[in-house]
Design a protein around this ligand. Structure first.
Ligand code: EPZ
Length: 419
């Protein structure tokens, strides 16, 4: 599947933000900790959700979906093995290992999907599970983890890890006694997960701060008292805001949480882009000129690494030199080679830094999508470029952006899905 894009057209109108991919996947995994049905609303209909649904069904969960609401029952849970053919397409599948281990006392999961944005190690997961009393056997296929009894522990993350924090919160939820997680991730999706578990019978304190305490239930399953409503996807909102800044005559982004994208709004301001901020919407348009901006990606609330590639496309239009410092992942700047083939002037300095000189006119061409966030950057670049582009491997984009071509056409974009 590919996208055929004809660039150079100005965009205008309104676009709604869908539920957050990096929140719904964790709520789906958390359903394994529950007795009875877990309902999740405002679900984005994206490929990663369909893969997580397959993994849950593989271990015996029943998952029903209607009008963006998932109802998950794990009463007939029988499996404890994550299927390689699915988990290798979904890095986030590892978050399912924590709840399965906590509930079944054992889990087998294959080496996580090779992600093109770095080697994506899982040492903080393994160290955290060991600290709670689990035994880990590494085989040629993956990891077999067993724990007769999971006990609370005091664990310091050697590196801030979003899914590491979420997975160990979920493992600690059913452990015996209190767990303290130190140097934990501050992302809003972590707090949303903790709030949901707090309302279901686990005492969790400090989510959203570097130190989180979990009073485990000692094995008693949780009970959902209300649905988990998925928050707006801050990365989708940010991607559309950048698109509006690059090509918009006036684009309004609805159903978002402006507070979650303040680092981007601040960087756009420095680039000379005016952003109007409402209660649950933001609005922007293309300025007369873009000023160069140096950005450094950081853990939340810093500039999100998932918006680094889309922002790089904007910087190719700035009057002068900008530096991007990708501090989170070591392999997340590879996409610049494709932008250079489109005419961008980008000099890689080291695995973490590039210098972008602008403004440069981009030419449309055939491009292949390495990961979903670079994929969205290529869509923005193709819509900006002169002439026609064909973007390959759009499964990567469909993993995290629902019906993106259809929604962008509503803004006036000339983009269509072709074989
Ligand atoms: C989450 O990935 C997100 N994915 C990523 O979004 C996001 O880019 C990332 O957080 C950072 O914000 C999901 O939530 C499903 P990390 P995660 O563990 O948790 C190193 C997207 O496009 N590390 O916070 O996998 C790691 O290599 C995706 O939606 C270890 O060294 O990222 C990285 O350098 C891409 N050992 C750093 O920590 C470990 O055991 C942060 O990674 C785990 C991580």
């Amino acid at each position: 599947m590919k996208f055929l894009v004809r660039g150079g057209k100005k965009l205008s109108g309104e676009i709604d933000v869908m539920g957050a991919k990096n929140s719904v996947l964790k709520a789906m995994a958390a359903s394994v900790l529950f007795d009875g049905v877990v309902n999740i609303t405002n679900v984005p209909l994206i490929e990663d959700v369909f893969r997580m649904r397959e993994l849950l069904s593989d271990i015996g969960a029943e998952v029903r979906e209607e009008k963006r609401k998932l109802s998950i029952s794990t009463d007939k849970l029988r499996g404890d093995t994550l299927k390689k053919s699915v988990s290798e397409r979904l890095r986030a599948s590892i978050v399912l290992a924590g709840p399965i281990l906590a509930r079944q006392g054992k889990v087998f999961f294959p080496y996580p999907g090779g992600c093109v944005i770095g080697k994506r190690p899982i040492d903080v997961f393994l160290d955290g599970w060991r600290a709670m009393g689990a035994h880990i056997k590494e085989t040629s296929e993956g990891f077999e983890i067993k724990a007769k009894k999971l006990r609370g522990t005091d664990y310091f993350f050697r590196v801030v890890s979003v899914t590491g924090t979420e997975t160990l919160i979920m493992t600690a939820a059913l452990a015996e006694g209190k767990t303290v997680l130190r140097n934990a991730a501050l992302e809003p999706e972590v707090s949303a997960l903790a709030d949901f578990l707090n309302r279901a019978g686990v005492k969790i304190r400090g989510a959203g701060t570097p130190t989180i305490e979990i009073d485990g239930t000692g094995g008693r399953l949780l009970k959902a008292t209300e649905p988990f409503r998925v928050m707006p996807d801050r990365i989708e909102a940010g991607s559309f805001l950048i698109l509006g800044a690059v090509l918009g005559k006036g684009i309004r982004i609805n159903h978002c949480n402006p507070e979650h994208i303040m680092a981007l709004i601040s960087a756009l301001h420095d680039a000379g882009v005016e952003v109007k901020i409402g209660e649950d919407w933001v609005e922007t348009k293309k300025p007369d000129r873009f000023s160069p901006v140096n950005i450094k990606t950081r853990e939340y609330p810093g500039f999100p690494t998932d918006l680094q590639a889309p922002f790089a496309v904007l910087l190719t239009q700035a009057q002068g030199e900008s530096i991007i410092f990708e501090s989170i992942f070591e392999g997340r700047l590879g996409y610049v080679e494709e932008l250079k083939r489109m005419g961008a002037k980008i000099v890689p300095c080291d695995p973490h830094r590039v210098i972008i000189a602008g403004p440069t006119e981009l030419q449309g061409r055939e491009i292949e999508t390495p990961d979903l966030r670079a994929g969205l950057a290529f869509v923005i670049a193709a819509l900006l470029a002169k002439g026609k582009s064909v973007i390959g491997n759009v499964y990567q984009i469909d993993r995290g952006y629902e019906r993106i071509d259809e929604r962008l056409r509503k803004l006036g974009a000339d983009i269509e899905r072709i074989e």
